[in-house]
Design a protein around this ligand. Structure first.
Ligand SMILES: [Mn+2]
Length: 250
């Protein structure tokens, strides 16, 4: 019997999300500041309050409107939508800079946070992060678990004695193999590494133990031209396995 059957809340880093009476359950890959594309995709899947939406991290950086993405997620949650975001390495980078800034202040050293920060717009007048964004990012869990899948930005380190405690791997691992001893029949949904749309479709159709939903939305244009196979934001229906693909409109 898989270990995951025995213990659902197995670390302080993740949360368990029961299905309740969710109508549709969706997962969306790396948004990276593509606020308009995110909005278009939500419209396309006709997200309702009865649905559950799982987000796979990396809401900020690279794209044109990181704050717009965070604002949408925060507003949807406030309005009673069932949104379950997790932490990506870009949210962690933001927190790390903030912690460094605090440490520097403590030792009365100067540290130009604004220059180093990848998302300067997350910083307020006083050079500190705007509280509502900071609070949102600090609270992001590293993974979610449901009755039939996990969401994690990259993957768990299954070689570790405690895969669900190794947060570094959850943000940066590039090994997407899963270990059935730990996850049982549950599918691991992740992002982080832009895959060609064909490869994503293959993982979905093949019902792979691990499915990547990052199609490099923010990488849509190269020298002003659309790149084939790359540059969409993808939503996967976690019950029907329908893949909804939204072209970058940012
Ligand atoms: Mn990433």
């Amino acid at each position: 019997m898989p270990k995951s059957i025995f213990k659902q809340f197995r670390s302080p880093y993740g949360i368990y999300v029961p299905k309740y009476t969710a109508r549709n359950r969706w997962a969306i890959g790396d948004i990276h500041g593509c606020a308009r594309t995110f909005e278009a995709l939500l419209h396309e899947i006709d997200l309702q309050k009865e649905d559950q939406l799982f987000l796979l991290g990396d809401y900020i950086n690279k794209g044109p409107d990181s704050l717009g993405v965070l604002d949408q997620i925060i507003l949807l949650q406030k309005n009673g939508y069932q949104i379950h975001p997790i932490r990506g390495n870009h949210e962690q980078i933001f927190l790390d800079f903030y912690e460094k800034k605090r440490a520097a202040q403590k030792h009365k050293k100067t540290f130009n946070l604004r220059k180093k920060m990848l998302v300067p717009e997350l910083i307020g007048e006083d050079d500190l992060p705007i509280p509502r964004y900071l609070k949102f990012i600090q609270k992001l869990p590293y993974y979610c678990e449901t009755a039939d899948f996990f969401t994690v930005h990259t993957n768990f380190n299954f070689r570790s004695k405690k895969p669900f405690h190794e947060t570094e791997s959850m943000l940066y691992s590039l090994d997407f193999k899963v270990d059935r001893d730990w996850v049982g029949e549950k599918v691991v949904l992740h992002g982080h590494m832009p895959y060609d749309l064909e490869d994503i479709m293959q993982e979905v159709e093949g019902r792979n133990p691990s499915i990547n939903l990052d199609n490099g939305c923010v990488l849509a244009l190269q020298k002003g031209k659309y790149r084939p196979g790359i540059g969409n934001l993808c939503a996967l229906n976690l019950d029907s396995y329908e893949l909804v693909v939204q072209r970058n409109v940012d």
